[in-house]
Write a protein that binds this ligand. Structure first.
Ligand code: LLP
Length: 497
């Protein structure tokens, strides 16, 4: 078939609009004999019958394997340069008690970015000693809780935070290990990195203020300096941004060694994943090796020992293991004028007329409340009909959500079988990271459950909300509420929380 002129240049018509590209789908996704999408041996239609739509599905074995693989990649790369690596899972990507246990069993620590994330990790039994605490605006209560339970590191994000952490640690009689987050000026995004102005973002301490901040840390007996921290961005495909950051940070690291120990260097997370089959992130083993090579050469150049390394991957552990299942509600083909390319006499002669092409809006029963990423970042995703295979000629589709906003898009552009229809189940892969984590109740839509699948068994790991859950939060309905949380038919007994 010919490409639809409305499709972006990167999106080619598929050879098979039912195929599940291995790089994009969970490790244990395949089609059953009848064409049904199977996730770790569980049929998509069975999942939907039990849990409804939308539903987030996580391939448990895939998460565990990715955690193991990422840890092994860094341990072996840094082991070869006589260093070692501690990998912390960045819980912001998706944290629940079960996921905290899976990554702990794979030997990872956990990195938390709020008191709430810390509470989940602790409730799941995460060892505080391998928990790191982040945040550019930590409250005193968050700091106190972290120090009280004995977290392994707090990443200090500003000069002023030094005194606050030190005072709370002193009061609690603790010696708190801390890192210092540096704004190295390297900001990486997919395919590129930019060495931008240092000052114009909220995270970390600029390189120019780093020495005085570490001096301040070292003045306190209640603090123990572990080393520098750098996180250069997210969804990064190549090694060069990491290498640039290592090179800059090691200069500072060497300078700090003149006045005391600096045992570690934390290089953050940000390792990219494939959302569509044109995305080709460099394998994590290669990135780990490149980072180790850069670290070894920087240390040799500066004449200092190679520090131990800490890393904080989030997306690359859980992202590819997640799939969201939706139900198609409406299919709406639209004739759309194709934007005219710039006039080219050689090509166009005098026959320039507007052309129109068909874009088919496939609206599903979820949207920006369960995945804000397409609306927020214009992130690209892919999609497949989950409930069957089809040999119908593919059409260019835009998968839209059910919210009252034109920008409520689930997949901007994808070729779907031309017979896609109301009632079909639609699956969007690579939704395991920053989907549930950033979900909202926009339009009073209840957030979906998260279901783990493994070896043919499905179980809820995060309950979905019901509309009653949402109504219970509406204080305007408190009068006349019964113990069950329902609004009583007659006014009378009230409960409050
Ligand atoms: N460490 C720090 C200090 C971070 O700020 C982050 C992500 C990570 C580690 C983990 O990065 P990852 O390996 O997951 O890329 N909501 C955005 C991503 C925000 C990332 C924020 N920080 C998205 O959906 O693309």
């Amino acid at each position: 078939m010919h490409a639809n002129p409305l499709a972006p240049a990167w999106l080619q018509p598929p050879v098979d609009a039912n195929a599940l590209a291995a790089a994009v789908w969970p490790a244990n996704a395949h089609r059953g004999d009848d064409g049904m999408l199977m996730l770790a041996g569980v049929r998509a239609d069975d999942l939907v019958e039990r849990f409804g739509t939308p539903v987030y599905v996580m391939d448990e074995a895939d998460v565990r394997e990715r955690a193991t693989r990422v840890r092994a990649a860094f341990l072996s790369a840094f082991g070869r340069i006589d260093s070692t690596a501690r990998v912390y899972y960045a819980g912001k990507a998706f944290l629940s008690a079960e996921v905290a246990r899976w990554v702990a069993e794979a030997g990872l620590g956990i990195d938390v970015a709020s008191g709430g994330e810390l509470a989940v990790a602790l409730a799941a039994g995460t060892d505080p000693a391998i928990t790191g605490v982040h945040g550019n605006a930590k409250s005193d209560a968050e700091l106190r809780r972290a120090i009280e339970v004995g977290v392994g590191s707090i990443v200090i994000d500003s000069f002023a935070e030094v005194e606050r952490v030190a005072a709370i640690a002193t009061e609690l009689g603790r010696v708190q290990p801390v890192r210092l987050r540096i704004n190295s000026g390297v900001h990486a995004s997919t395919h590129e990195y930019l060495a931008t102005a240092h000052e114009d973002q909220k995270f970390g301490v600029p390189l120019t203020r780093a020495v005085e901040t570490v001096d301040a840390i070292r003045l306190h007996e209640s603090l123990r300096f572990l080393g520098l921290h750098s996180h250069i961005g997210s969804q990064i495909f190549e090694s060069d941004g990491f290498s640039a950051a290592i090179s800059r940070l090691m200069g500072l690291h060497a300078r700090l060694l003149q006045d005391g120990p600096v045992p570690q260097l934390n290089l953050g997370g940000g390792f990219g994943i494939a959302y569509t089959d044109v995305d080709e992130p460099r394998p994590i083993e290669d990135i780990a090796n490149d980072m180790a090579a850069e670290l070894a050469s920087a240390a040799a150049r500066l004449g200092v020992p190679v520090p131990d390394v800490a890393l904080e991957p989030g997306r690359s552990i859980v992202g590819p293991a997640g799939v969201t299942l939706y139900r198609v509600e409406v299919v709406k083909p639209l004739q759309v004028t194709v934007p005219m390319p710039p006039f080219d006499p050689a090509r166009d002669g005098d026959t320039r007329e507007d052309t129109v092409a068909t874009r088919t809006y496939v609206s599903v029963d979820g949207g920006m409340s369960d995945n804000i990423r397409p609306a927020l970042y214009r992130a690209e995703y892919s999609a497949r009909i989950a409930s069957r295979v089809s040999t119908a000629e593919p059409i260019l589709a835009r998968v839209a959500g059910k919210h009252c906003e034109g920008g409520d898009i689930v997949v901007h552009a994808e070729y779907l079988p031309g017979d896609v229809e109301r009632g079909d189940l639609l699956a969007v892969p690579a939704t395991g990271a920053y989907g549930w984590a950033m979900a909202s109740n926009y339009n009073w839509i209840a957030r979906p459950p998260v279901v783990a699948v493994r070896d043919g068994v499905a179980r809820v790991i995060v309950h979905g909300e019901t509309i009653d859950d949402l109504l219970r939060r509406d204080a305007g309905l408190d009068r006349g509420r019964t113990d069950s949380g329902q609004t009583a038919a007659s006014e009378g007994s009230t409960t409050s929380d």
